[in-house]
Design a protein. Structure first.
Length: 477
């Protein structure tokens, strides 16, 4: 392990790395079931759902293992949130335009992901993606981590937790800092959700903050497994409340769950099921536009996650550059190609990797641990699915708070830096996209420099990136 991952050189050990890998996995375990839900809209257990579920586990494991061995970084990959929803919309539109079943349109959409991944492999091998990273101004790079931190807090306090109305109708989004206050007053309880929904809201919020405070207290005592232990405490508390207060069995789903990987369903629905003719039936211009859009969103989501998380872990130099960036980007590209071949949308570096970094993960052993668990989940996914969202939120909020510390590196006396950074701080949590936040920051930086007589400070690639983002914002969603 020492020779392979250079643990001592990175100031870590096997125990810390394994705990960090488990921590990262637990904060993102939701993707195993959520990704097939978003991509297919079909019931659990149907062939396409099963195929996407298995593809999610396999592609995440392969991409993350590449990150471990090629880049030796503690970053974990899985089908990206936002990109999977966009893919579902695209597949739905292809189905409507061509008048075919969704499954056929899904297979046409996989061609987009395949081409995107191949393009990224080429760009990574020839260092073009690294040059794009270098084109991001230092001030913007310094602000990416704190902006991601705000986005994590927004996820933890909002879209990661939900409340259920009478009849189990999901109400979303539920933001703790908006909807929780006064939730148990008589006037509110007379609303449409009924007492049970609001009791569940209170249980969720209390559980989340108990988990957060446990993490903080353990971290203050120097316990490296603080995040993981806090999530476990929050999970146990939630299960107890679920059973005693709400009268539900938190483990009921395990009784009917299947622990056999649905290999046959994946082979028949998604495995190397590329429909090239189906994609270009919607028009070459439209198809190319979709490919470029996926490339831009994925590229800057990945770059932002790598730079932001690496900054928090102290893995960047004074110029904000991360060693082995080329290998990390190549791993991401390989993950995307594997995702297309197995049957899922773009595989990208997950922002939840920050939780593992905070737990002490510094090398590829953290990533390898998560990759092994992803493979195990082809058999034990029902167990991963019982981790409550409230427990995940505790970790996300804590890591988000810590990532805000990166703002101390931003020069607050330089208006050229702070305007793009604060635009990014607002844009990322509001849009839910790292790429969109970086894009707006790049445009702001370019405009400020151009109109303040500092055109020479703007590189040609910075101009190109800013213009491409302008086109993207106005032409495609």
């Amino acid at each position: 392990m020492e020779n392979l991952f250079k643990l001592k050189e990175n100031g870590t050990d096997v125990r810390t790395e394994i705990l960090a890998g488990l921590t990262t996995f637990m904060t993102m375990a939701y993707i195993i079931a959520l990704n097939p839900n978003l991509l297919t809209g079909f019931a659990v257990g149907t062939p396409l759902w099963n195929g996407v579920f298995l593809a999610t586990c396999i592609a995440s494991a392969i991409g993350t293992a590449c990150m471990a061995f090629l880049a030796n970084k503690p970053f974990v990959m899985a089908p990206g949130m936002g990109l999977n929803s966009f893919f579902a919309v695209v597949a739905g539109n292809i189905a409507a335009i061509r008048g075919v079943a969704y499954e056929n349109a899904f297979q046409a959409g996989l061609v987009i992901i395949l081409i995107e991944g191949i393009v990224f492999i080429v760009l990574s091998v020839f260092n073009i993606r690294e040059k794009i990273v270098d084109a991001i101004p230092l001030g913007v790079r310094l602000g990416i981590g704190p902006a991601i931190g705000l986005m994590l807090m927004n996820i933890g306090l909002g879209s990661n937790v939900g409340i259920y109305a009478a009849g189990n109708e999901f109400q979303s989004p539920f933001y703790v800092m908006r909807d929780f206050f006064g939730a148990m007053t008589p006037s509110v309880l007379q609303g449409g959700m009924g007492n049970e929904g609001y009791v569940q809201m209170v249980v969720t919020v209390v559980t989340m903050f108990v988990g957060l405070f446990v993490i903080i207290l353990l971290a203050k005592k120097g316990i490296k497994a603080a995040v993981l232990l806090g999530m476990l405490v929050a999970s146990v508390l939630y299960w107890i409340c679920d059973a005693t207060i709400l009268g539900q069995n938190p483990f009921a789903s395990l009784a009917t769950a299947s622990f056999v990987p649905p290999v046959a369903d994946m082979m028949s629905t998604t495995f190397f099921k590329f429909d090239f003719a189906g994609l270009f039936d919607i028009g070459i211009f439209t198809a190319v536009t979709l490919i470029i859009t996926f490339c831009m969103i994925d590229m800057f989501d990945t770059i932002g996650t790598l730079v932001g998380t690496a900054s928090r872990a102290g893995m960047v130099d004074k110029e904000g550059n991360m060693p082995n960036m080329k290998e990390a980007l190549l791993s991401d590209a390989v993950g995307t190609v594997c995702g297309a071949c197995t049957g899922t949308s773009t595989v990208t570096t997950f922002v939840e990797s920050a939780s593992g970094v905070e737990a002490g993960g510094r090398t590829g052993l953290t990533a390898l641990t998560a990759a092994v668990v992803f493979l195990a989940c082809t058999f034990i996914a029902p167990i991963a699915a019982i981790i409550p969202a409230a427990a995940t939120s505790s970790a996300l909020i804590y890591v988000g708070i810590l990532m805000l510390q990166g703002l101390r590196n931003v020069d607050f006396e330089d208006i050229d830096q702070i305007v793009p950074v604060f635009i990014m701080l607002l844009a990322m949590p509001i849009s839910g996209s790292i790429g969109h936040g970086i894009g707006l920051a790049m445009i702001c930086y370019t405009v400020i420099k151009a109109f303040s007589g500092k055109m020479k400070e703007i590189s040609a690639l910075t101009w190109i990136i800013s213009i491409l983002f302008l086109i993207k914002f106005f032409v495609v969603v």
